[in-house]
Design a protein around this ligand. Sequence first.
Ligand SMILES: Cc1cc2nc3c(=O)[nH]c(=O)nc-3n(C[C@H](O)[C@H](O)[C@H](O)COP(=O)(O)O)c2cc1C
Length: 319
Amino acid sequence: MVLAPMAGYTDLAYRLICRRFGAEYCSTEMMLAKLMVQDGKLRRRLVASDKADHPVAAQILGNDPGVMAQAAHVLAPMGFDVVDLNFACPVHKALTRRRGGYLMSQPDRAVEIVRAVTAAADGPVTVKLRQRFSDGETNCDAFWRIAEGAFDAGAAGLCVHGRSVEAKYTGRADWEFLVAVKQHFADRTIIGSGDVLTPADALRMLRQTGVDAVAVARGAQGNPWFFRHVRDIAAGRDPAPVHLTAQRELIEGHFAAACDLYGPRRGPKIMRKFGIKYARMHPNPRRVRAAFVEVTSPRHWRRVLEMFYTDRLEDSREG
Ligand SMILES: Cc1cc2nc3c(=O)[nH]c(=O)nc-3n(C[C@H](O)[C@H](O)[C@H](O)COP(=O)(O)O)c2cc1C
């Protein structure tokens, strides 16, 4: 079970939380390669590490093979076990700057980047890619060219999201494509991604596609217990319920870790978006979400927890 890279979510604090519940391999969010080659506050925060956070991948985003290689070279000694290349991001800004998913339309450039990075990195290099650039394409030639080229260049594995870049998150991820990828690269490491939204989906993907590991993204937002529930189901147990007191304890720990990582001013602001996601696990998700949205200070944050995270609310589900 892998915690998939998520911009704004898979920071050190959240990775450590997910590991406690069974995420065996985690990734940073995508990090701009050109920011990785110069020291600065943003880089220090993005590359924050901990000896409990292993194995961990540093994911980089960029278009210039030389800069990507330099970034990979500086990241390995910072405590990352793997360098992962993002050829999947569908965000407009990335595409207009010819990064991320744009590279699914430029197989030669993509392979050139993998070659440069594998030559420069001391450790394993992996690639995150999508099925194709556009749904209008009748085949996935670019995917196969990039995948073959990456393995020829020495890549250690691929993480495949079975959607086109243009589709972003619409429609359904094509798990049949994952079957084809795993069959084609039977003795290579393939991680599957896309629409693993429930713990049962994770086991279904493993069974149906034969991938070596399953990456969980949206399903793990605000729900680090996801990983434990997968294990429960795999062992034939009902997923253990997460009581409000346990949710509160975890959220409090996360708040403290975020303040350590981002400082006492930014930490609480960052926690607002996590609080909104944690609200989904609450019996009254809409009210709790609305309360987290309004939070302006650590005191206010504590009040929301005191108000909503007590066992007496356990059974008061929203009608
Ligand atoms: C908020 C958010 C941020 C994401 N950021 C990244 C990222 O930085 N790098 C990346 O490779 N994929 C990123 N993804 C894509 C996920 O890793 C994953 O491939 C995709 O969401 C499909 O998986 P899911 O259906 O389990 O969400 C992001 C997804 C979401 C929802």
